[in-house]
Ligand binder design. Structure first.
Ligand code: SF4
Length: 320
């Protein structure tokens, strides 16, 4: 298979395919996925280490304190709870576990040092790697995370630079780009993607993809809005399953050898078409629950992988 970069115009053409042609798009996206990853599928899990009470106004998020949602909020969990949550991730056979905190960032907060302490402890002995998503980073914070054993940082761009002010006004797109660059400079891999179905257009989806390409991110999580009552997007029309699958496929064309991960909103938006994500080109998804919503059971996901003739990537703990 030739390794050529897809142009914006060609990607736009693929995004606008309709009818039976969409199945040809999936066929080729699947060929690219297979060329890069064979039958192996990655599964990561996440832990909500600190939840809610966020001062930011991201319109899709139930954790902002500006919206009346019925999620539970809690401060940074204790070390024992964190260790228990990591054990759950290991039992789910996750190949990595993402520790996520709500809020703009942890700069100047003792929570940051506490988190680093937890991660240092849990990273001992070549266990399942702990990744983090702790908001914006300074150079010092990124270096400390890396020293604590963090190999990958998640920080999503969320959408295009043009559309970003429509979904968040309290911090800027540039802040997000800067954090990605800082984390990269500290030697960590970057997991960065976005959320779809928040009112953006096809051009915004492509602008996001090409911005991520320019930043040379390592994994691209694709989230699909699961509207939460009380948020400004609670009545947003669901993104159609075929649009989701087309988006996955076009991201696979743009990122032929990178981890394209279907993250939040899989169950709610794809319904019976969840197993199609791999044929549409994804090589990765999440297992277990999301931050504030429930996922499919792990058993159902394992069965889906087996039924498709695919295999789970063995995590370090299992491989020992
Ligand atoms: S996405 Fe993050 S920064 Fe935005 S409101 Fe939610 S928790 Fe806060």
């Amino acid at each position: 298979m030739r390794k050529e970069e897809i142009s914006h115009d060609d990607a736009f053409f693929l995004m606008t395919l309709e009818g039976n042609d969409i199945y040809d798009l999936f066929y080729w996206a699947n060929r690219i996925r297979y060329h890069s990853f064979k039958d192996v599928i990655n599964y990561c899990s996440i832990i909500s280490v600190k939840q809610g009470r966020c001062t930011e106004d991201c319109t899709f998020c139930s954790q902002s304190n500006r919206y009346k949602t019925d999620i539970s909020s809690f401060p940074l969990m204790q070390e024992e709870e964190f260790a228990d949550a990591v054990e759950v991730g290991k039992r789910l056979k996750a190949d990595s576990i993402g520790a996520v905190t709500s809020g703009y960032g942890l700069e100047g907060s003792k929570d940051f040092d506490t988190m680093c302490g937890y991660i240092t402890e849990m990273s001992k002995g070549n266990e399942v790697p702990i990744h983090t998503s702790v908001g914006v980073l300074t150079v010092e914070m990124a270096e400390k995370l890396a020293d604590s054993g963090v190999e990958m940082v998640n920080h999503n761009l969320e959408t295009s630079e043009n559309f970003y002010p429509k979904i968040c006004t309290t911090h800027s797109y540039k802040d997000r780009v800067e954090t990605i660059k800082i984390a990269k400079q500290a030697g960590m891999a970057i997991c960065s993607g976005g959320i779809f179905g928040v009112g953006e257009g096809l051009e915004d989806r492509l602008a996001l993809a090409f911005a991520l390409k320019t930043l040379d991110v390592d994994a691209i999580p694709l989230n699909f809005l699961n509207p939460v009552s009380g948020t400004p997007l609670s009545l947003e029309k669901s993104i159609a399953p075929m649009d989701i699958l087309k988006t996955i496929a076009v991201f696979r064309f743009i990122f032929p050898d990178k981890e394209v991960k279907v993250a939040g909103g899989r169950e709610k938006n794809l319904r019976d078409l969840q197993s199609w994500i791999f044929y549409a080109g994804a090589n990765s998804t999440m297992i277990g629950n999301y931050l504030t919503t429930k996922g499919k059971t792990a058993e159902d996901d394992f069965q889906m992988i087996e039924d498709l003739g695919l295999v789970l990537k063995r995590n370090r703990t299992i491989a020992k």
